[in-house]
Design a protein around this ligand. Structure first.
Ligand SMILES: Cc1cc2nc3c(=O)[nH]c(=O)nc-3n(C[C@H](O)[C@H](O)[C@H](O)COP(=O)(O)OP(=O)(O)OC[C@H]3O[C@@H](n4cnc5c(N)ncnc54)[C@H](O)[C@@H]3O)c2cc1C
Length: 419
């Protein structure tokens, strides 16, 4: 007797306990966690390389450039002028990134090895939902259909590109294309005083670039303690950065030599280069979420519950695609928690409620727990804060970039963060 195979059936070889879409920090760690507990896992990645924005365009490249900038500014300010450390004409970002290539390659191989160790199948191609259990993968050579008992969406985020900004990736960049810049500009406008904007603004300041940081609000990094935010603003200003608050560009034109930004107040800013770093969005282009019965929320992200489960029972989402805090280590933990919940594993049931935060500005900031403002809002009248941070301050002295004064505070539970 010959059994008729339904046309839409997925071959057993293409049926997995877990299909992960996206191989950044969230996808890699979620896949490894499920495979560790014996699940059959496929991870789909559309880019040529694994690692997501963490390894390829964001965390690792920006931190490598930062180290070079620190080295450069430290040498300059400590007066060790045996060698000419002043910036040469037409220096490229790549000149500062020798070490980055080695780190990126090492990380990519580590990820591939991790997938291999866990017997995870890496499927190359763009994933799109066909229905709530089936994902179609369009690769270079063929199209493949995968069935997932559970599916994890970990497709990350992409920079917001507003229509009024003329991105040409020659003079005007977003945070994904910025480090492809073919030279270090003499002047730079950074639009957006969030983490990415502040980090790049301070790195380029340290490289000797004339930086103007523009933000629509009246403070930098508003999720931090107001006092820390103010200190950072003062430090930036004392290092020579121009800060334009309550301002935003309404028009950006590229010229032969740079970019011309017209602000909402009518002020005009002309610079060699512009980094637009005001906001990111869930990267769900081409994913056909609607075919799985999903949609983005009004903030432009995939909504999940405390277990990282979406509105569809067996579909989970983790990492940047669900929004704040959009950090690499948090994304990894979210991925692990999501698959533990999906398969009823008791191993990891919550992401820690107290997440340390590192902001790699120059000078750097670290924080954990409540802010002074949130303590007070929560009715903790005893919340009080002091000045005189330790490690960061030492490092600033060492590099010659600060006066060694930082803020430290209360953890909201009776302990001084510096105790
Ligand atoms: C400039 C910059 C600096 C940063 N610095 C830090 C830092 O210092 N510390 C920190 O913790 N975090 C930092 N981050 C944030 C960190 O990079 C992200 O939080 C982290 O990479 C998110 O991981 P993810 O797995 O959610 O997504 P991603 O790393 O973005 O990975 C998503 C992956 O999914 C793939 N993908 C997308 N759609 C599809 C599809 N349809 N089919 C197949 N594959 C798909 C993408 O190609 C990508 O590889 C920084 C980010 C930027 C941009």
């Amino acid at each position: 007797m010959i059994w008729a195979i339904p046309e839409d059936a997925v071959a057993a070889a293409d049926s997995f306990d877990l299909v992960v879409i996206g191989c950044g920090p969230a996808g890699e760690k979620a896949g490894a966690q499920a495979a560790y507990f014996g699940k059959r896992v496929a991870v789909v990645e559309r880019a040529d390389a694994v690692g997501g924005s963490c390894i390829n365009t964001g965390t690792v490249p920006s931190k490598t450039l930062r180290e070079s900038a620190l080295y450069f500014s430290g040498l300059k300010q400590r007066g060790l002028y045996g060698i000419d450390y002043s910036l040469k004409e037409n220096l490229t970002v790549q000149d500062f990134m020798h070490h980055e290539r080695a780190v990126v390659e090492m990380e990519r191989s580590r990820i591939l090895k991790n997938l291999e160790l866990h017997r995870i199948e890496l499927v190359q191609g763009q994933a799109a939902f066909e229905d709530e259990h089936t994902v179609t993968i369009s690769g270079e050579s063929r199209t493949r259909r995968l069935r997932g008992e559970v599916i994890l969406i970990s497709t990350g985020s992409k920079p917001h590109r507003p229509a009024e900004i003329a991105f040409d990736d020659i003079h005007t960049f977003d945070s994904d294309t910025f480090l492809q810049m073919d030279r270090i500009p003499k002047s730079l406008a950074v639009i957006g005083g969030g983490v990415i904007g502040c980090e790049y603004a301070s790195i380029f300041m340290a490289l000797g670039v004339d930086v103007t940081l523009v933000d629509g609000r009246d403070k930098l990094l508003p999720f931090l303690d107001a006092e820390i935010s103010e200190r950072l603003r003062d430090r930036f200003a004392s290092l020579g950065m121009h800060l334009w608050f309550n301002e935003r560009p309404v028009k950006a034109e590229n010229t032969a030599s740079g970019s011309r930004l017209t602000m909402k107040s009518g002020k005009v800013l002309e610079t060699d280069a512009v980094l637009f770093a005001a906001g990111r969005r869930a990267a769900v282009d081409g994913l056909a979420l609607e075919k799985a019965g999903l949609a983005l929320n009004d903030k432009g992200y995939i909504a999940v519950d405390a277990n990282y489960r979406t509105a569809v029972q067996h579909i989970y989402a983790a990492g940047d695609v669900i929004g704040f805090p959009a950090l690499a280590s948090t994304s990894m933990e979210q991925g692990r928690v999501a698959v533990c919940h999906a398969f009823g594993l008791k191993y990891k049931q919550r992401v820690a409620s107290l997440l340390p935060m590192g902001v790699y500005t120059i000078p750097e900031i670290s924080a954990a727990g409540e802010t002074e403002e949130s303590c007070k809002e929560g009715g903790n009248a005893e919340a009080d804060f002091c000045a005189g941070g330790q490690e960061t301050a030492w490092r600033q002295h060492d590099w010659g970039i600060g006066d060694g004064v930082d803020s430290c505070g209360h953890d909201g539970a009776g302990q001084w963060a510096d105790d």
